[in-house]
Design a protein around this ligand. Structure first.
Ligand SMILES: Nc1ncnc2c1ncn2[C@@H]1O[C@H](COP(=O)(O)OP(=O)(O)OP(=O)(O)O)[C@@H](O)[C@H]1O
Ligand SMILES: [Mg+2]
Length: 222
Protein backbone atom coordinates (compact mmCIF):
# COMPACT_ATOMS: atom_id res chain seq x y z
CA UNK A 1 0.00 0.00 0.00
CA UNK A 2 1.20 3.52 -0.82
CA UNK A 3 2.75 5.48 2.06
CA UNK A 4 1.03 8.77 2.78
CA UNK A 5 3.26 9.98 5.62
CA UNK A 6 7.04 9.57 6.04
CA UNK A 7 8.59 10.53 9.36
CA UNK A 8 12.39 10.51 9.16
CA UNK A 9 14.50 10.77 12.27
CA UNK A 10 12.66 13.58 14.00
CA UNK A 11 13.79 15.02 17.31
CA UNK A 12 12.01 17.70 19.32
CA UNK A 13 13.74 19.62 22.10
CA UNK A 14 11.64 22.07 24.09
CA UNK A 15 13.64 24.98 25.54
CA UNK A 16 15.08 24.38 29.02
CA UNK A 17 14.16 20.68 29.09
CA UNK A 18 16.88 18.18 30.02
CA UNK A 19 15.78 15.50 27.54
CA UNK A 20 14.08 15.64 24.14
CA UNK A 21 10.31 15.08 23.95
CA UNK A 22 10.92 13.16 20.69
CA UNK A 23 14.21 11.36 20.20
CA UNK A 24 15.06 10.23 16.62
CA UNK A 25 11.60 8.95 15.70
CA UNK A 26 11.03 7.34 12.27
CA UNK A 27 8.01 5.56 10.82
CA UNK A 28 5.79 5.42 7.73
CA UNK A 29 2.00 5.39 7.54
CA UNK A 30 0.17 3.75 4.62
CA UNK A 31 -2.77 5.37 2.90
CA UNK A 32 -6.01 4.20 4.53
CA UNK A 33 -4.29 2.94 7.68
CA UNK A 34 -5.86 3.37 11.15
CA UNK A 35 -2.76 3.78 13.33
CA UNK A 36 -2.84 3.75 17.13
CA UNK A 37 -0.22 5.64 19.19
CA UNK A 38 0.24 4.53 22.79
CA UNK A 39 2.68 5.27 25.60
CA UNK A 40 2.88 6.56 29.16
CA UNK A 41 2.02 10.13 30.08
CA UNK A 42 4.86 12.41 28.99
CA UNK A 43 6.25 9.96 26.40
CA UNK A 44 5.81 12.45 23.52
CA UNK A 45 2.50 11.50 21.89
CA UNK A 46 0.91 14.97 21.78
CA UNK A 47 4.25 16.50 20.78
CA UNK A 48 4.31 14.06 17.86
CA UNK A 49 0.80 15.03 16.73
CA UNK A 50 1.65 18.74 17.02
CA UNK A 51 4.77 18.29 14.91
CA UNK A 52 3.01 16.12 12.31
CA UNK A 53 0.13 18.56 12.03
CA UNK A 54 2.45 21.61 11.49
CA UNK A 55 1.32 23.23 14.75
CA UNK A 56 4.92 22.91 15.99
CA UNK A 57 8.26 22.26 14.24
CA UNK A 58 10.73 19.47 14.95
CA UNK A 59 14.23 20.50 16.04
CA UNK A 60 15.71 18.01 13.56
CA UNK A 61 14.55 15.52 10.96
CA UNK A 62 12.00 15.69 8.21
CA UNK A 63 8.37 14.83 7.65
CA UNK A 64 6.83 14.43 4.24
CA UNK A 65 3.23 14.01 3.40
CA UNK A 66 2.47 13.24 -0.24
CA UNK A 67 5.86 14.67 -1.23
CA UNK A 68 5.42 17.93 0.68
CA UNK A 69 8.14 18.51 3.30
CA UNK A 70 5.83 19.95 5.89
CA UNK A 71 8.46 21.27 8.31
CA UNK A 72 9.62 23.63 5.55
CA UNK A 73 6.23 25.34 5.11
CA UNK A 74 5.92 28.98 6.12
CA UNK A 75 3.28 29.82 8.75
CA UNK A 76 0.77 30.86 6.10
CA UNK A 77 1.47 27.77 3.98
CA UNK A 78 1.14 25.56 7.06
CA UNK A 79 -2.23 27.12 7.93
CA UNK A 80 -3.45 26.49 4.38
CA UNK A 81 -2.10 22.93 4.50
CA UNK A 82 -4.00 22.23 7.75
CA UNK A 83 -7.20 23.73 6.39
CA UNK A 84 -7.13 21.57 3.24
CA UNK A 85 -5.37 18.36 4.21
CA UNK A 86 -5.98 17.63 7.90
CA UNK A 87 -8.86 16.83 10.23
CA UNK A 88 -8.64 16.95 14.05
CA UNK A 89 -10.55 15.24 16.86
CA UNK A 90 -9.72 16.20 20.46
CA UNK A 91 -10.66 14.76 23.85
CA UNK A 92 -12.65 17.93 24.67
CA UNK A 93 -14.72 17.95 21.40
CA UNK A 94 -14.32 21.76 20.88
CA UNK A 95 -17.74 22.26 19.28
CA UNK A 96 -18.88 25.89 19.03
CA UNK A 97 -21.73 26.37 21.54
CA UNK A 98 -23.51 29.08 19.56
CA UNK A 99 -23.79 26.98 16.38
CA UNK A 100 -26.12 24.04 15.74
CA UNK A 101 -24.63 20.60 15.15
CA UNK A 102 -25.26 21.00 11.40
CA UNK A 103 -23.43 24.36 11.42
CA UNK A 104 -20.58 22.94 13.48
CA UNK A 105 -20.03 20.04 11.07
CA UNK A 106 -20.25 22.49 8.13
CA UNK A 107 -17.51 24.84 9.39
CA UNK A 108 -14.53 23.23 7.56
CA UNK A 109 -16.44 23.32 4.24
CA UNK A 110 -17.72 26.87 4.81
CA UNK A 111 -14.09 27.98 5.32
CA UNK A 112 -13.21 26.36 1.98
CA UNK A 113 -16.13 28.21 0.27
CA UNK A 114 -17.88 25.01 -0.79
CA UNK A 115 -21.38 25.72 -2.25
CA UNK A 116 -24.29 25.37 0.21
CA UNK A 117 -25.98 22.47 -1.60
CA UNK A 118 -22.80 20.38 -1.53
CA UNK A 119 -22.27 21.21 2.15
CA UNK A 120 -25.79 20.04 2.96
CA UNK A 121 -25.41 16.68 1.25
CA UNK A 122 -21.96 16.01 2.73
CA UNK A 123 -23.12 16.93 6.25
CA UNK A 124 -26.15 14.63 5.88
CA UNK A 125 -23.93 11.75 4.72
CA UNK A 126 -21.49 12.19 7.63
CA UNK A 127 -24.31 12.60 10.20
CA UNK A 128 -25.71 9.30 8.95
CA UNK A 129 -22.35 7.56 9.20
CA UNK A 130 -22.00 8.78 12.80
CA UNK A 131 -25.64 8.14 13.82
CA UNK A 132 -26.46 11.76 14.70
CA UNK A 133 -28.88 12.64 11.87
CA UNK A 134 -31.66 13.46 14.37
CA UNK A 135 -29.36 15.85 16.30
CA UNK A 136 -28.44 18.19 13.44
CA UNK A 137 -30.70 21.10 14.38
CA UNK A 138 -29.82 21.05 18.09
CA UNK A 139 -27.13 23.01 19.92
CA UNK A 140 -24.17 21.10 21.42
CA UNK A 141 -25.34 21.61 25.03
CA UNK A 142 -28.46 19.50 24.28
CA UNK A 143 -26.40 16.44 23.25
CA UNK A 144 -24.73 13.73 25.32
CA UNK A 145 -20.92 13.64 25.46
CA UNK A 146 -20.87 10.69 23.08
CA UNK A 147 -23.13 12.46 20.57
CA UNK A 148 -20.98 15.60 20.79
CA UNK A 149 -17.83 13.59 20.13
CA UNK A 150 -19.44 11.87 17.12
CA UNK A 151 -20.40 15.34 15.82
CA UNK A 152 -16.77 16.44 16.31
CA UNK A 153 -15.60 13.35 14.39
CA UNK A 154 -18.08 14.10 11.57
CA UNK A 155 -16.69 17.66 11.47
CA UNK A 156 -13.11 16.30 11.21
CA UNK A 157 -14.07 14.08 8.29
CA UNK A 158 -16.52 16.28 6.37
CA UNK A 159 -13.93 17.69 3.96
CA UNK A 160 -12.53 14.16 3.46
CA UNK A 161 -8.99 15.13 4.46
CA UNK A 162 -6.25 12.63 3.56
CA UNK A 163 -5.14 12.57 7.23
CA UNK A 164 -7.08 12.72 10.49
CA UNK A 165 -5.40 13.22 13.88
CA UNK A 166 -7.23 12.19 17.03
CA UNK A 167 -5.74 12.84 20.51
CA UNK A 168 -7.51 10.69 23.14
CA UNK A 169 -10.92 10.95 21.41
CA UNK A 170 -12.51 8.45 23.82
CA UNK A 171 -10.87 9.95 26.94
CA UNK A 172 -14.05 11.66 28.15
CA UNK A 173 -16.55 9.00 27.03
CA UNK A 174 -18.27 6.13 28.85
CA UNK A 175 -17.65 2.70 27.35
CA UNK A 176 -20.90 2.53 25.34
CA UNK A 177 -20.23 5.96 23.76
CA UNK A 178 -16.59 5.01 23.14
CA UNK A 179 -17.74 1.88 21.28
CA UNK A 180 -20.16 3.92 19.13
CA UNK A 181 -17.44 6.43 18.24
CA UNK A 182 -14.79 3.78 17.50
CA UNK A 183 -17.18 1.72 15.37
CA UNK A 184 -18.18 4.79 13.34
CA UNK A 185 -14.52 5.88 13.01
CA UNK A 186 -13.34 2.50 11.76
CA UNK A 187 -16.30 2.19 9.37
CA UNK A 188 -15.74 5.63 7.86
CA UNK A 189 -12.00 4.89 7.75
CA UNK A 190 -12.80 1.81 5.61
CA UNK A 191 -15.53 3.43 3.51
CA UNK A 192 -13.83 6.75 2.78
CA UNK A 193 -10.26 5.42 2.82
CA UNK A 194 -9.11 8.22 5.13
CA UNK A 195 -5.95 7.68 7.15
CA UNK A 196 -6.32 8.08 10.93
CA UNK A 197 -3.63 8.53 13.61
CA UNK A 198 -5.19 8.09 17.05
CA UNK A 199 -3.43 8.65 20.37
CA UNK A 200 -4.99 6.61 23.15
CA UNK A 201 -4.25 5.25 26.62
CA UNK A 202 -7.05 2.75 26.31
CA UNK A 203 -6.23 -0.79 25.07
CA UNK A 204 -9.89 -1.22 24.10
CA UNK A 205 -9.75 1.84 21.80
CA UNK A 206 -6.41 0.62 20.47
CA UNK A 207 -7.99 -2.72 19.53
CA UNK A 208 -9.89 -0.92 16.74
CA UNK A 209 -6.69 0.17 15.01
CA UNK A 210 -4.69 -1.72 12.33
CA UNK A 211 -1.31 -1.19 14.01
CA UNK A 212 0.08 0.38 17.16
CA UNK A 213 3.18 2.50 17.63
CA UNK A 214 4.39 2.52 21.26
CA UNK A 215 6.24 5.52 22.68
CA UNK A 216 8.61 5.46 25.63
CA UNK A 217 10.61 8.55 26.67
CA UNK A 218 10.30 10.08 23.20
CA UNK A 219 11.30 6.93 21.26
CA UNK A 220 8.98 4.70 19.29
CA UNK A 221 8.68 1.02 18.46
CA UNK A 222 5.99 -0.93 16.62
N1 LIG B 1 5.22 23.25 25.44
C1 LIG B 1 6.09 22.50 26.15
N2 LIG B 1 7.19 23.05 26.70
C2 LIG B 1 8.10 22.31 27.38
N3 LIG B 1 7.98 20.98 27.56
C3 LIG B 1 6.92 20.37 27.05
C4 LIG B 1 5.90 21.08 26.31
N4 LIG B 1 4.95 20.20 25.91
C5 LIG B 1 5.35 19.00 26.37
N5 LIG B 1 6.52 19.09 27.05
C6 LIG B 1 7.27 17.97 27.66
O1 LIG B 1 7.56 17.03 26.62
C7 LIG B 1 7.36 15.70 27.07
C8 LIG B 1 6.31 15.02 26.20
O2 LIG B 1 5.03 15.63 26.43
P1 LIG B 1 3.72 15.24 25.62
O3 LIG B 1 2.68 16.24 25.94
O4 LIG B 1 4.08 15.06 24.18
O5 LIG B 1 3.39 13.82 26.26
P2 LIG B 1 2.12 12.85 26.04
O6 LIG B 1 2.70 11.52 25.67
O7 LIG B 1 1.15 13.47 25.10
O8 LIG B 1 1.52 12.78 27.50
P3 LIG B 1 -0.03 12.58 27.98
O9 LIG B 1 -0.31 11.12 27.80
O10 LIG B 1 0.03 12.97 29.43
O11 LIG B 1 -0.91 13.48 27.17
C9 LIG B 1 6.98 15.80 28.55
O12 LIG B 1 8.15 15.62 29.30
C10 LIG B 1 6.44 17.21 28.68
O13 LIG B 1 6.66 17.70 29.97
MG1 LIG C 1 -0.88 14.10 25.33
Amino acid sequence: MKSILHVNNITKHYPNQPSPALDHVSFHVSQGEFLGIMGASGSGKTTLLNVLSTIDKPTEGDISMENIQIQKLSQAEAADFRKKQLGFIFQEYFLLDSLTIRENISVPLTLLHVPAGRIRSRVNALANAFGIESQLDKYPSKLSGGQQQRAAAARAMVKMPPLIFADEPTGALDSASATELLTALSETNRNLGSTILMVTHDPYAASYTDRILYFKDGSSRS
